[in-house]
Design a protein around this ligand. Structure first.
Ligand SMILES: CC(C)(COP(=O)(O)OP(=O)(O)OC[C@H]1O[C@@H](n2cnc3c(N)ncnc32)[C@H](O)[C@@H]1OP(=O)(O)O)[C@@H](O)C(=O)NCCC(=O)NCCS
Length: 195
């Protein structure tokens, strides 16, 4: 069943479906080695990758297997990154979460705000139980984002990724519906109460 990619609004962000017009900004983002240093694939060297990405976004929506949302900053309309609801499996009631922001936008709470909006949409719209995210164990900022959202670290996958010969371990994080909270502040407080 198709899963139309929603448009979501937060205080500072607008999350929306990708269009062909995003290809240049998307390519610029995914070309930055510094931004991609803990990503599970190398930086892009070819703009056609961005065009294929946009096509795949539509396929995911048509197949109903996920949603990739472009993130615009409301104050200036700038594209600052994207967030994905991935691997949606209605039988298992599970999905994955991912996000990437341009380095100029880091450290302002945008990733947490965007991912929280996607989780809210998913938990309120779908019969979703579990959301999983995998994080390079060197990626402290991303681990912190997940913890602020209420995710628990469940384990380590040793030598999970090999990117350009660089072998890395990944942490697995999980969030269950019963641990989902309608605000990041409540999620963090509830999580710390459980630890
Ligand atoms: C990971 C990423 C999405 C974080 O985006 P962001 O908008 O800066 O995240 P937020 O501001 O919402 O939260 C970041 C948190 O990590 C903390 N942090 C940042 N760098 C850190 C570090 N080196 N060590 C520990 N904590 C760190 C911040 O202080 C903040 O926590 P706080 O609110 O408790 O102070 C961003 O760095 C990014 O896009 N990286 C490249 C792509 C990537 O790695 N994606 C994740 C793949 S799993």
């Amino acid at each position: 069943m198709p899963l139309p990619t929603p448009t979501l609004h937060t205080d500072r962000l607008r999350l929306r479906p990708f269009t062909e017009a995003d290809a240049d900004a998307l390519f610029a983002l995914h070309s930055k080695a510094h931004v991609l240093r803990y990503w599970d694939s190398p930086p892009w060297g070819d703009r056609a990758r961005a065009e294929r990405f946009v096509v795949t976004c539509r396929q995911l929506a048509d197949e109903g297997t996920g949603a990739r949302l472009a993130i615009d900053r409301v104050s200036d309309g700038a594209f600052i990154g994207w967030c994905s609801f991935a691997r949606w499996n209605p039988d298992f009631r599970s999905a994955g979460l991912g996000y990437i922001l341009d380095d100029a936008a880091w450290g302002q709470g945008y990733a947490t705000e965007a991912a929280h909006a996607v989780l809210r949409w998913a938990y309120e719209t779908l019969d979703l139980n579990r959301v999983q995210a995998e994080v390079d164990t060197r990626n402290a900022a991303s681990a912190r984002v997940l913890e602020k959202l209420g995710f628990l670290r469940e384990g380590t996958m040793r030598e999970d990724c090999v990117v350009n010969g660089d072998v890395s371990d990944s942490w697995v994080y999980g969030l269950l519906r019963r641990d989902w909270r309608p605000s990041p502040e409540k999620a963090l407080a509830a999580r710390e109460g459980r630890c």
